[in-house]
Design a protein around this ligand. Structure first.
Ligand code: NAD
Ligand code: FE2
Length: 373
């Protein structure tokens, strides 16, 4: 049996952030907790959403205490802010970090189970109750696709592990994709988040499982990345390119309901142990993972290569990575041989590689890190 669904209402278009208030009010909601981070606030990205909520007569309170890789403490603080404001719903404005935090803050409003028990790697999503308050997502990066995804990722205190909480009940009610909100992204963030989108599409397409819709969407997402990522990096105000990358990010997350792969298992400990940005961590490991998977799914890898305009997928991905300005390997982020054994152990514990087309041992994961140094 397979289950395929694409349930989120997605509003797309430059300037469409002005519809936010209407969308929230349409659900009969009045009190809103807006979740963002310091960078989002500093870049003035809260102005338009707050104005729109105000115009629709909604009562908003803003919580910006979200870290780059959200922590359990961030979620607890956000849940307190939610209760204090007597909020009825959450609006996330920002990249994957505030969007994931927003979903988990909404979850905390109705479920106090420890996150260890909600962990996707033990199918903890089954404990997510049906009455999670409505979440609205306003992405300001183009990468994670968390705006339409069914997971929230946080670093759990007791294990120090980046942990995925996965349930369709965490899906946003409405996502508003306004390319104007992404033009302030610096080049490095554009490149790294774009590589997260590409990695979602590639890993979903290569992953085990039967999901023809996800496969087609993943291929469409790869095509968009090829067309628009470099353009968005080189011309930050090019709204067509920014919009193209927002679509690619959204499609990547829809596609990875099929599954991800070894690259995400390698990336997660790089963030929790060394603080690397998630998209950058993926970008640094993706070529080695594609090379590793080529023998298992050669036709699919070939198809990815063709969409990226090359006969060799590894070369195509490495080439794009260099062109967008990601040049150094893991060593450039301070990772050395001495860090790899612990990272490999943590990567093995991560659930994403279970749907990798070629099974991975701890030794394989270690070699993949080594090849990415
Ligand atoms: N839920 C999922 O399915 C999923 C998938 C992939 C990644 N993630 C998670 O998402 C997080 C990463 O999200 P991200 O890559 O979007 O980065 P992010 O949300 O951490 O943002 C990165 C930085 O960019 C800044 N920023 C955001 N938008 C900006 C803009 N328009 N202009 C200027 N600066 C801006 C932020 O303030 C922050 O400093 C990680 O925690 C990762 O684990 C979740
Ligand atoms: Fe990701």
């Amino acid at each position: 049996m397979s289950i395929w669904s694409f349930p989120t209402k997605i509003v797309f278009g430059a300037g469409e952030i002005q519809r936010l208030g209407q969308e929230v009010a349409a659900l009969g909601l009045k009190r809103v907790l807006v979740v963002a981070d310091a960078g989002v606030e500093k870049n003035g990205l809260l102005r338009a959403p707050l104005a729109s909520l105000g115009e629709s007569g909604l009562e908003s309170s803003v919580f910006t205490g979200v870290d780059g890789n959200p922590t359990e403490q961030n979620i607890e603080d956000g849940a307190k802010a939610y209760a204090q404001h007597r909020a009825e719903c959450v609006v996330a404005v920002g990249g994957g970090s505030p969007m994931d935090a927003a979903k988990l803050i909404a979850l905390r409003a109705v479920c106090m189970l420890p996150f260890e028990q909600l962990d996707d790697s033990i199918d903890g999503g089954a404990h997510v109750p049906p009455n999670v308050p409505p979440v609205f997502t306003i992405p300001t990066t183009a990468g994670t696709g968390s705006e339409v995804g069914r997971s929230g990722v946080l670093t759990v205190r007791s294990t120090g592990r980046k942990t995925v909480i996965f349930s369709p009940r965490l899906l946003a009610r409405v996502a508003i994709l306004d390319p104007e909100l992404t033009v302030s992204m610096p080049r490095g963030v554009t490149a790294a988040t774009g590589f997260d989108a590409l990695t979602h599409c590639v890993e979903a397409y290569l992953s085990t499982g039967d999901h023809p819709l996800a496969d087609a969407i993943a291929l469409g997402g790869i095509e968009l990345v090829q067309q628009f990522l470099l353009r968005a990096c080189e011309n930050p105000t090019d709204l067509e390119a920014r919009g193209g990358m927002m679509k690619a990010a959204m499609m990547g997350a829809i596609a990875f309901q099929k599954g991800l792969g070894a690259c995400h298992s390698l990336a997660h400990p790089l963030s929790s142990e060394h603080g690397l940005h998630h998209g950058l961590a993926n970008a640094l490991c993706l070529p080695a993972v594609i090379a590793f998977n080529s023998s298992a799914v050669p036709d699919r890898v070939q198809r990815v290569a063709a969409l990226l305009g090359d006969s060799d997928a590894v070369k195509a991905v490495s080439g794009l990575r260099a062109r967008v300005g990601i040049n150094a390997g893991l060593a450039g982020s301070g990772i050395g041989e001495e860090h790899l054994p612990l990272l490999a152990r943590k990567a093995l514990e991560d659930a994403c590689h279970r749907s990798n087309p070629r099974p991975c041992t701890e030794q394989d994961l270690l070699e993949l890190y080594r090849a990415s140094l």
